[in-house]
Structures are given as C-alpha cells and as structure tokens.
Design a protein around this ligand. Structure first.
Ligand code: MN
Length: 479
C-alpha cells in the first residue's frame, strides 16, 4: 500500500489492539514533532518512513511497545532526543527497543572493514537479546527496499546485496516468510533487473495459462471437503520471483517448476490434513516421490505442512499444500505469529521458543562463544547458517538439517556428543563412505560407533563443517 496515513495505522490497530490507539498516537505525534523539517530522498516528510515501519509491524499484529518503537526507531539517530527521554516519556521497554535498533543502524555488511564486521556481529547476535529488535530492523529494511528507487545506483546494489546476505536469512530463520519473499524479490529487482522482468513476464503467462485448471480444482476439492464436513479454506499460492530465479539458475526449465503455482488447503485439525491428503490422492493421481510430510518432520523454523504434487486437469502437474489454520499462521508469520496467539505474554514466549525450538538459535550462540574474532564469526555465520541447507535422514527416518558442505562427522555430532565421540565410520545409502564425504540432499546416513574407539582424531576438526562438531572435537582432544 502506498501513502500510508496515521488513520491507516489506527484502523489496523482497531482490529487487534484498540485499547492502545491513544498511546500509539502519542508516539506518532512525538516522532512527527522530532522529525519535523526532515525529508526523505523521495521528497516526503521524514515521518512517512517510521509510519510505514510501524504499519508493517502492525500488519504482523506486533505488541504496542514494538509498534511505538517502530515509530520512534530513527529518533535517537537523527534527532536531539536521548534514550532516557524516551524512557521517561514512554517506558523503559520502548527505550531499549529503540536503542537496540539504533545500535545496529550504522552497519554496512558489504564493506570489508573491521568496524563493519563488529556491527554485523551485533545485528546477528541482537536476536539473542530481544528478537523484537530484529523484527523492527526487518520492517525498517523492508520499507527502505520498497523505496529504493530514490537512491543512487551504487546504493541500490549495495543495499540489495546486504539484504540478500543478512536480512533474508534472518527472516527465514524466524519463519517470517512473507517478509522474506518480498525482500528477495525487491533485491533481485535491483541486482538482476533484466532477469526480474523476464521472469515476472513468464510467471504472469503461466498464471493466465493455468487459471481455468486451478479454478476447476479449487471447486472440486471444496465440494469434496464440504461433503465430508471438513472445515476448510483454499487458496492459490504463487512462488515468488526470486524463488523461480533460483530454480532456473539450478538448470530447471520454467515448465518443470511444479510449485510455481500451488493450491494451499487449510483445514481445522491435523487428522483432517491426512484425510484431505487421501481425498486429493483419490481424485488426482499423485506423482511418485513428490510427497513430503513436514507435519511429522517440521522444518527447523517450525514450518509444517503436507506437500504433494498431483496430475490436475489437462494433465497439468500441480502442487498442493495441506495444513491446519494454525500451521498456516506460522508458515506466513513464523515467530511473529505469537503476537496474536499470546497477546501480553508474547515477548517471553517468543524468546523461550527461539531457544527451545529454533535450531539456528543455538548454533548462533555456539558460534558467538567460539569465535572471538569478528571477521571469523561473520564468515562462519555466512557459510554455516546463511548458506544453503541439505536435509539428510537418520536410520529412524528423522530429518536433520545441515549446512551444505557438512560431512558424516557433523551429522554424528548433531545426533549427540556421544555418537560423535565414538564414531568409527559411516554408511550413506547403504554404502561405506569416507569420513569427510560431503553429504547430499536426501542421503540416508548410518553412523557406526564403537565404545572402544579412541574417539575423534586430530584431523577430524578440519573435516567437520559445523561449529558444533569442531568445538566438540576440540573439547574431546583436550581431555
Ligand atoms: Mn529507519
């Protein structure tokens, strides 16, 4: 939406947090006053930026203090006011959030100076303090990317690159898919304008082309579900442009991207997800090997859904995604879905859940403890956390997510320290592999252990890829 006004923000708050409208209004007037006389490069009064940031946060149903911090997020940096003033005029919580965002403001991820590595480290580890700081930063970046056309060509590329390298992975890790997809598309638009336009064009054609087929499927499925009294909502979902770009880059043809358009079916409970799957397979022939159960095997950012690709009308291949309403909320908003579900308690639950359920969080703490040097820390985060992932199976059929480049050593330590320390070899897909074999997607891995083994050897550290494995090996060899 363009030209957001205070009234738009108020209308949004009216939907989920009407009792806080007065307080938020006060923050708006306060920020407007402080920024008066300042303008953005677009020529608009500066307040339009914090207002948009607050609006993006309110779309996520952020709590009152987060929305206010969004309105005030640039005041410490650009105006005369102090953190103490904000604490006095609002509250300590808002003051801390604004200060947290400001601390991260001057970072420049693409430059190679030590100062920047230090700042990048701050932004990444900021998530451990209060994840809301990162969410405000993501909203800030999203609005800056939406208005990037007013910047110089150099700034556009620099910002787009930085967005891809750091903000997209962070959005992925907290499960904020909507923000992630939009950031990806905006970045691609500046990094590869030619490709962006071309794919957009092609995507449009596929959409037009499949419109009838999807419409028919939608109504057929709807009827079947209603007959069986399964409460449902069905939508068509399209892959974002960057997602298509990535697949084309891997050598796929556009006609081979079966999830370019998919049908998203939401039902009331888990049992009904599997019933729906059965119904879908009884109407449309499934494609073998294209079924994924992310309900039993959630992604590490808590994404849950059933995916199956079927032969639709006119022999078109169509991916369907089946999940509960609850899961859909997590799929779109990730951790930020708690703002809605938990109301006043959201902050505590979010921080706790990060620790308990989001695997990347502990990897991050691991790296933070392990690397004193900022440059090494940033390099490790990029190669281990922000890089592509592979998914490998345990013998029990569980799925482990590991960074690309991982070896059976990493796999073993991910399972447990004991398994890592007593490992003597590994089978992958029933064949013996060297210990530094590079694991591939869908590999089935069996770690061979022997309680009498001498434990990890000295040269294992260099053969491991993850910080976790490297640290465990180091610890073991020190004893
Ligand atoms: Mn800003």
């Amino acid at each position: 939406m363009n030209n957001i006004t205070l009234q738009d923000l108020i209308n949004l708050l009216e939907e989920y947090n009407p009792e806080e409208i007065g307080f938020v209004k006060k923050a708006y007037e306060y920020a407007e006053d402080l920024h008066s006389g300042q303008f953005r490069q677009s020529g608009e009064p500066y307040i339009s930026h914090p207002l948009n940031v607050a609006y993006i946060l309110a779309e996520l149903h952020a709590d009152r203090d987060t929305v206010c911090a969004g309105l005030l997020h640039d005041t410490l940096e650009d105006t005369e006011i102090s953190k103490e003033d904000i604490a006095h005029d609002f509250n300590q919580d808002i003051a801390n959030l604004v200060a947290g965002v400001t601390k991260l403001a001057k970072m420049n991820f693409s430059s190679k100076q030590e100062q920047n590595y230090a700042n990048t480290r701050k932004i990444i580890t900021g998530i451990t303090e209060d994840v809301r700081i990162i969410i405000i930063k993501l909203a800030d970046r999203l609005h800056n990317m939406r208005t990037l056309q007013f910047k110089s060509r150099f700034k556009q590329e620099e910002n787009a690159l930085e967005t891809m390298e750091i903000f997209v992975p962070l959005a992925y890790y907290i499960g904020a898919y909507r923000i992630k997809s939009e950031l990806e598309d905006l970045s691609l638009q500046y990094l590869r304008p030619d490709m962006y336009e071309k794919i957009k064009e092609k995507k449009l054609r596929v959409e037009e082309d499949s419109a009838d087929c999807l419409k028919e499927m939608l109504s057929t499925i709807r009827n079947f579900l209603s007959d069986r009294r399964i409460p449902n909502e069905i939508k068509v979902r399209t892959k974002n442009i960057y997602g298509i770009y990535k697949r084309l880059n891997e050598g796929h043809k556009i006609s081979d991207i079966h999830d370019l358009l998919s049908i998203k079916i939401m039902v009331d409970e888990i049992d009904n997800c599997y019933r729906t799957l059965g119904i879908i397979h009884s109407i449309y022939h499934p494609v073998n090997g294209k079924f994924k159960d992310y309900i039993c095997n959630p992604k590490t950012n808590m994404y849950q859904s059933l995916h199956t690709t079927v032969f639709g009308p006119e022999d078109r291949l169509v991916q369907t995604q089946i999940r509960t309403f609850e899961m859909d909320k997590i799929a779109s908003f990730g951790l930020t879905a708690y703002w809605d579900a938990e109301k006043g308690n959201a902050r505590v639950v979010m921080q706790q859940d990060l620790k308990d359920k989001f695997q990347f969080f502990n990897s991050l703490l691991e790296m933070d403890a392990m690397f004193g040097d900022n440059q090494e820390f940033v390099r490790q985060v990029k190669s281990e956390l922000f890089a592509d992932k592979i998914y490998a199976y345990t013998t029990k059929g569980e799925i482990l997510e590991l960074p690309k480049g991982s070896t059976p050593i990493d796999f073993a330590y991910q399972l447990s320290t004991d398994i890592g320390n007593t490992m003597v070899g590994a089978f992958v897909n029933d064949e013996v592999v060297p210990i530094d074999y590079t694991l591939q997607n869908k590999d089935r891995v069996r770690i061979i252990t022997d309680d009498l083994s001498f434990g990890s050897r000295d040269d294992w550290e260099s053969k491991a890829h993850t910080s976790l494995a490297k640290r465990k090996i180091r610890e073991f060899n020190r004893i």
